[in-house]
Design a protein around this ligand. Structure first.
Ligand SMILES: [Zn+2]
Length: 263
């Protein structure tokens, strides 16, 4: 009996220690990634999600400069908020990755979400094929052929673990949109929250609007990055066609530490 209680105590101590280390690590990476003193390295891992040959053809032709507008967007928006760093985010392209990231559970309990998040972090560590310096943020870009009429699953960005999973179409026509979704998820990993209504995808006013005090208010001509769409009227919004049509709003800027919270 005495031995058993010794082992269960030891197990408890080890588990607690593990949790403290993981939490401390998460906290440290949060502080380091949002102090904007050095460029953040974002590595994109393309994945052929539908195993089609046309998807593969597109992936084989991908180059780092397909993602340049992500860097330009962050650069432009950061400098609007007074971030002096030359290139706040550097985007790199890894080799295509085999395998698929674990799916998020449907209607998860808190425990399910914690377990899935740990599983995703483990998967990401195990299958990493990037050969450069350790990335700050990893984005798994799951590409599907646009010929398949597939409804894409929701993309996601996890702040704990700094991982984004982006679903997109394997076509140059969709590259700008894929880049927009990538930016949205990258900003989630840095602490930004969604600013739209999940039931109908309409951006929240004022924080999800690019120009919340424009007169007349609608239609808007740009999207707030975490609002996700350009509101046309009370019930309709459009997905921005490129990052030129997108801004980082003030609330998002506070969340990612680009400006202090004046409220
Ligand atoms: Zn989101």
């Amino acid at each position: 009996m005495a031995t058993r209680s010794f082992w269960s105590k030891l197990r408890l101590v080890l588990l607690t220690l593990l949790l403290v280390i993981v939490s401390l690590n998460t906290w440290l990476s949060r502080v380091r990634t949002t102090d904007w003193q050095e460029p953040l390295w974002v590595v994109i891992y393309p994945i052929n999600a539908d195993q089609r040959s046309d998807t593969q053809l597109y992936i084989d032709g991908l180059a780092e400069d397909h993602f340049d507008d992500i860097e330009r967007f962050i650069d432009r928006e950061a400098s609007r908020y007074g971030i002096e760093l030359d290139k706040p985010i550097e985007v790199y392209l890894s080799k295509p990755l085999m395998g698929r990231p674990p799916r998020p559970p449907e209607n998860p309990s808190i425990l399910d979400s914690v377990i899935w998040s740990l599983h995703l972090r483990y998967w990401s560590w195990k299958y990493d094929n990037w050969e450069g310096v350790t990335p700050d943020i990893r984005v798994y870009l799951r590409l599907y052929s646009p010929q398949n009429n597939q409804v894409l699953e929701h993309s996601l960005g996890l702040q704990k673990g700094m991982i984004g999973v982006v679903n997109g179409f394997a076509s140059v026509d969709y590259q700008a949109q894929n880049n927009f979704v990538t930016v949205h998820e990258v900003l989630h990993t840095l602490g930004a929250s969604d600013k739209y209504d999940f039931s109908n995808n309409q951006p929240h006013w004022p924080d999800g609007y690019a120009d919340p005090y424009q007169v007349p208010l609608l239609p808007q001509y740009r999207a707030e990055v975490m609002g996700g769409r350009v509101p046309q009227d009370r019930y309709h919004s459009l997905i921005p066609t490129s990052l030129d049509q997108v801004v980082v709003g003030e609330k998002t800027a506070v969340e990612i530490n680009w400006r202090p919270d004046f409220e």
